[in-house]
Design a protein around this ligand. Structure first.
Ligand code: PGU
Length: 466
């Protein structure tokens, strides 16, 4: 009997706790990992005794209806932050989650966000429900930021934009749409990718497979492997692409390679599905980082794009993002949007307003917009400085002759160090450096002052742990 079926049988028991235990005692009762069998007449001490009701009540208190629920493992990324909090060593460093920190390693609220929030207070804005598709001013701003306001897809109203619960929720909504309207269609995801992609498609019951992406030999892109795998996939598959700053590798295709990727996707009638979680964070330029998406849109292709404002506006906990579906006609876009709303309604009804207003205020106000761009450049610049200092420290300290220059070729928040699981464990257990077990470190959580310490940890883990 599986845990699930146990839960189902428990759940279908009558609502009175003592009765449900009695009923279940007639057969096999599963307790966590094992199961007990009872013979109603002989073995069961609860039955046929005078004190039946008193004992069964005691048993009811002890045996949870959720006995069949097993403990889930900690999340490979967010679980790292929990472990970090529990460590009391003052040298500890959290390079797990991709969250920007100042040079003092403190969380950062952008000045433009504070200004936008002040505006909201001054205007006395209310907290009424948003429509299912979200805040109209946000949806307009987010699509224009992504495609450019003068892009034909915007002018011709060919984009269905729905506000989502940040990047994750937007991806999940798109996955629900794929499951409903493209049953059996496969999503191709890069190997490796952000760990939650697999969870999202699994939960939505959308089949997925991987395409080659990272080549450990060159510590670069396996472009030929990627093209071959996209070509080999069944016609009409969805191809999940990281718009910029690929997570976890920090390796992006060149503009020429993006053209070739678009060629093969078009050839195979696949549907590109972009995850844009770092617009403005990779290069410091919002436009440059949207280049891949715009290149596909310019070819007249239909595509999906999930957006997030967690990183570029530091709105992690506001859960603000969007799903955009570019269609070949305004009519198709209107129908797609109506169905996205239909999928959203039973899941969370309508999205939260606060982050949407912040984005709309920042993007919609030329002064705030320019201030945002400057702050984003500052954040991207700090990450680049830390990247350079880490490379310099590794090169100066490591006498083995190992070439660490791959670190400088990677972009965005992360560096994919090439450390394996055992080496990553050593980073945490010995050096108190918290990171994901795939060897990824978030440079956004590193300061210039800590680069040398980190370099010592990496060199020790790399050379002394196999
Ligand atoms: N897509 C990619 C490629 C991401 O890296 C992330 C965040 C998201 C989407 C979703 O972010 P939202 O906050 O839902 O907009 N990845 C970070 C954050 C931690 C996490 O795993 O959620 C990371 O550290 O990889």
């Amino acid at each position: 009997m599986t845990s699930t079926s146990t839960m189902l049988s428990l759940a279908s028991a009558p609502p009175t706790a003592s009765l449900s235990v009695h009923e279940n005692l007639k057969g096999r009762l599963k307790l966590g990992g094992g199961s007990l069998s009872f013979n109603k007449e002989k073995a069961n001490p609860f039955i046929n005794t005078k004190s039946f009701s008193r004992i069964s009540m005691v048993a009811a208190v002890k045996i949870s209806r959720f006995e069949g629920v097993t403990m889930a493992p900690p999340d490979p990324i967010l679980g790292v932050s929990e472990a970090f909090k529990a460590d009391n060593d003052e040298k500890k460093l959290n390079l797990g989650v991709g969250a920007y920190r100042t040079e003092e390693l403190q969380p950062y609220v952008l000045n433009v966000v504070k200004k936008a929030e002040n505006l909201m207070v001054e205007r006395g804005e209310n907290k009424e429900y948003l429509p299912i598709e979200g805040l109209a001013a946000f949806n307009k701003a987010t699509a224009e930021l992504l495609f450019g306001a003068s892009n034909p897809v915007i002018k011709e109203q060919r984009v269905a934009t729905v506000q989502g619960l940040s990047g994750t929720g937007s991806l999940r909504l798109a996955a629900a749409m794929i499951e409903r309207y493209f049953p059996g269609a496969k999503v191709l995801i890069s190997s490796p990718t952000w760990g939650n992609h697999k969870n999202i498609f699994n939960d939505a019951r959308v089949p997925w497979s991987e395409y080659r992406y990272y080549d450990p030999k060159t510590v670069g892109l396996d472009f030929d492997g990627m093209i071959a795998d996209i070509k080999a996939a069944p016609e009409g598959s969805f191809v999940l692409l990281h718009g910029c700053a690929h997570n976890p590798t920090g390796i992006d295709p060149t503009p020429e390679q993006w053209e070739k990727i678009a060629d093969v996707i078009q050839e195979k009638n696949h549907i590109p599905f972009f995850d844009v979680a770092y617009q403005g964070f990779a290069s410091g330029s919002l436009d440059a980082d949207a280049g891949s998406v715009r290149l596909f849109a310019a070819r007249g292709m239909e595509l999906l794009v999930a957006q997030s404002y967690s990183k570029n506006l530091g709105l992690y906990a506001e859960r603000i993002g969007a799903i955009n579906v570019v269609c070949t006609s305004a009519d198709a876009a209107a129908r797609v949007k109506s169905q996205l709303k239909r999928l959203a309604r039973p899941m969370y009804s309508n999205p939260p307003i606060h982050g949407a207003k912040i984005v709309a205020n920042v993007v919609g106000d030329p002064t705030l917009f320019n201030e945002w761009k400057a702050e984003m450049e500052m954040m991207a610049g700090r990450i680049k400085n830390v990247r350079q200092k880490l490379y310099d420290s590794l090169t100066a300290k490591d006498k083995s002759g190992k070439d660490w220059s791959f670190i400088l070729k990677q972009i965005g928040m992360f560096s994919f160090t090439g450390l394996n699981k055992a080496q990553s464990d050593n980073m945490t257990n010995k050096w108190h450096v918290y990171m994901t077990k795939d060897g990824r470190i978030s440079l956004a959580g590193l300061s210039l002052a800590k680069c040398e310490y980190l370099a010592d940890a990496i060199i020790d883990s790399f050379h002394n742990v196999s």
